[in-house]
Ligand binder design. Structure first.
Ligand SMILES: *Cc1c(COP(=O)(O)O)cnc(C)c1O
Length: 395
């Protein structure tokens, strides 16, 4: 343990079970720890660093903005947030945006918007149907939305207004819909829950059900959005248009910003009904604008799709070589590899020693989410390390 880890243990709340590494520098898909050891980063700050670490386009945008104007409050207009709003709206099927600071806050805002919609159009309906195994954030309300007992038990009593039903089960959503329901909220692919991809017809069926009942469909694209799954938004791959989407992780390549977008019909907030002190901060918006413009101009969405296919091909080859490897699943550069036994932690540890960062998403699965601009060489280098570690781990 280095001195920073000892000091952390002394001063921090005990919320994080951290990997014993202290990072001091990053560049592209590479990180360096306090001892100068280099790592290939297939975690990307939890699918956050879309352009890798310290991308020059993001660094330049932040440096320029931070030296020009940092914060004014939302009583006034600032340029970067309007530019970012236009870019997001023009490249999505949604019409209006609200900026906040994190994913949980984006989901809170979306839930509040759905309640306003229910109040105005659905006789005061307020309940939101969400799914088991989902992850929607850490605020008390999002703990209620997140269908995971281990998060919920700790914080009873939870706020009212959420019903958790099985994922990938349209009948469960139908059965849970009542006069009180104003919306269904889902991740198009469950991220923290283990990279769970629903059956082909599921999201379409949910969309049709929401239309039939006149309720809103909220897609939590906080992890799946901004090119991560090989399309700018994951909903595009499922042939549907949601009423509301929430975004955060990948928008600004590492700077904290969240957003939710809604269609015109669902954009029912009136002045004063929602707000944020820091949301839409010019520096975060400049970083997000730089990230998103770069992704669009450089064709990084298609690149991410191609790199995802390359990674999957390599992982399937490993599956042939090592019987311990089970399902390889996900879309684009949001992938999980499942094993037939609980070697997730051993794989993570082995990869660390060999210089590759992966996430242990379940006891028997690891998750891979390299930056969108990862190169073919870096993908192959990651695969070579996984090959070696699999050999050692399953000896
Ligand atoms: C990470 C995540 C969140 C929470 O985002 P925070 O910025 O940590 O609040 C919500 N939903 C999904 C799908 C996520 O992956």
């Amino acid at each position: 343990m280095d001195q920073w880890q000892e000091l952390e243990a002394k001063y921090f709340m005990r919320t994080f079970s951290r990997v014993p590494l202290t990072f001091v520098r990053g560049q592209g898909a590479h990180l360096w720890d306090a001892d100068g050891k280099e790592y290939l980063d297939f975690v990307s700050g939890w699918a956050v660093d879309s352009l890798g670490h310290c991308h020059p386009a993001v660094v330049k945008a932040v440096q320029e903005q931070v030296a020009t104007l940092i914060q004014t409050s939302n009583q006034y207009y600032t340029v970067p947030q309007v530019q970012l709003a236009e870019l997001l709206v023009k490249n999505s099927a949604l019409d209006r945006v609200f900026f906040c600071n994190s994913g949980a806050e984006a989901n809170e805002g979306a839930a509040k918007l759905a309640r306003r919609y229910g109040e105005q159009f659905l006789n005061g309906a307020y309940e939101i149907v969400t799914t088991l195994g989902s992850f929607h954030g850490r605020t008390l309300m999002m703990v209620a939305a997140t269908g995971q007992q281990r998060h919920q038990q700790l914080y009873a009593p939870l706020p009212n207004g959420f019903v958790n039903v099985a994922f990938n089960d349209i009948d469960a959503i139908r059965a849970a819909t009542t006069e009180r329901t104003c919306a269904v909220m889902l991740e198009p692919i469950q991220g923290e829950g283990g990279v769970n991809v629903p059956d082909a017809g599921y999201l379409k069926a949910v969309r049709e059900w929401c239309d039939e009942r006149g309720i809103l469909l909220i897609l939590d694209e906080i992890q799946t959005g901004i090119g991560r799954c090989g399309s700018l938004f994951a909903y595009q791959q499922f042939g549907i248009v949601p009423d509301i989407i929430t975004l955060a992780k990948g928008i600004a390549s590492g700077l904290p910003i969240g957003a939710f977008l809604a269609t015109e019909r669902a954009s029912v907030f009136q002045p004063g009904e929602h707000g944020s002190t820091f949301g839409g901060n010019p520096v975060m918006c400049a970083a997000a604008y730089a990230t998103l413009s770069y992704i669009l101009e450089q064709g990084l969405v298609a690149h991410a799709a191609a790199m995802g296919e390359r990674l999957v091909r390599g992982l399937l080859a490993l599956k042939t070589k090592y019987p311990v490897v089970g399902e390889v699943r996900g879309r684009g550069l949001l992938l999980a590899v499942e094993f037939d036994r609980e070697i997730g932690q051993d794989m993570l540890d082995g990869c660390l020693t060999a210089g590759l960062l992966v996430n242990r998403v379940k006891p028997n699965a690891i998750r891979l989410m390299p930056p969108l601009n990862v190169t073919p060489e870096e993908v192959d280098a990651g695969l070579a390390i996984l090959d070696r570690v699999l050999a050692e781990t399953t000896l």
